[in-house]
Design a protein around this ligand. Structure first.
Ligand code: PEP
Length: 271
């Protein structure tokens, strides 16, 4: 069974002090509900990840210790170390307590020219350096209107997973984020997001094989709110959400988690 996953992408928001204030409020708001429900162990509940800006990662990771809530980075370089001014490596993220890394976000693809080849190298580096990659894919408005969504998303999935083995593919997370829905207040229709998530699974099956398409976790991202998240979570092939704007407010992000809990069935314990 695929464990639901909800990821907060804070982008370039919050200083260390602001981040710690948030974590305090967030824990007070949601921890009891997501850590233990009666006799059900924490790992049966959705996985929650907070990806703050790099300077706050170590402090956020430390503040989350023992809560079961994980942290992650928003980007890494593909090299482990060296003369790459302004960059951070997977090893550094891991050492700062991070578990996940968001890769190929559309803001990085458009603002920093990240190609599918670069995303593939970063995905490889993340796996080599002990991080779990969340690979973002999605079409622009022009592409959706031109009817080339499937072509674009297929190409990005093939490109981003080019250097990944079948065993590794099953640990990946792919976030379908239509570019026109990110930060615009205009979310996709759940049925359209589900259609693309099924396409993503089919492409993963085709390039990786071994039934990986049904094992990989696929998220939806793009103007997710407490009000609209239920529609996405009701779709069986969408395993969770990548949340930008609404993750900046601990109450709103907690509501998104609560709505996810309502829609996704309780997982069976492993023992
Ligand atoms: C994102 O940053 O990946 C995102 C989906 O942002 P928002 O939720 O604000 O659209």
């Amino acid at each position: 069974m695929r464990r639901p996953l909800i990821v907060a992408n804070w982008k370039m928001n919050k200083t260390i002090d602001e981040a710690l204030l948030y974590i305090g409020a967030f824990i007070a708001e949601i921890l009891e509900e997501i850590s233990v429900k009666g006799s059900v162990p924490a790992r049966t509940w959705p996985e929650v990840v907070i990806a703050p800006p790099a300077p706050a990662l170590a402090a956020v990771s430390a503040a989350l210790t023992g809560t079961g809530i994980l942290s992650g980075a928003q980007n890494i370089h593909w090299e482990r170390k060296g003369a790459f001014t302004g960059e951070i490596s997977g090893e550094m993220v891991k050492a700062a307590g991070g578990t996940y890394v968001i890769l190929g976000h559309s803001e990085r693809r458009t603002g920093w020219g990240e190609s599918d080849e670069i995303v593939a190298k970063k995905t490889r580096a993340a796996l080599d350096q002990g991080l779990l990659p969340i690979v973002c894919v999605g079409e622009t408005l022009d592409e959706r209107e031109a009817g080339t969504t499937q072509e674009k998303v297929s190409r990005q999935v093939r490109g981003g997973l080019a250097l990944v083995s079948p065993e590794e593919a099953e640990r990946l997370v792919i976030a379908y984020e239509p570019v026109w829905a990110i930060g615009t207040g205009r979310e996709a229709q759940p049925k359209d997001a589900e259609e693309v998530s099924l396409l993503i699974r089919a492409v993963v099956d085709e390039i990786v094989g071994r039934g990986s398409g049904s094992k990989v976790r696929v998220l939806y991202g793009g103007s997710v709110t407490p009000e609209n998240v239920g529609g996405f979570m009701a779709r069986p092939s969408i395993d969770g959400t990548l949340v930008g704007g609404k993750s900046l407010d601990p109450a709103a992000f907690s509501s998104i988690i609560r709505e996810t809990l309502r829609k996704k069935p309780l997982l069976k314990t492993e023992d």
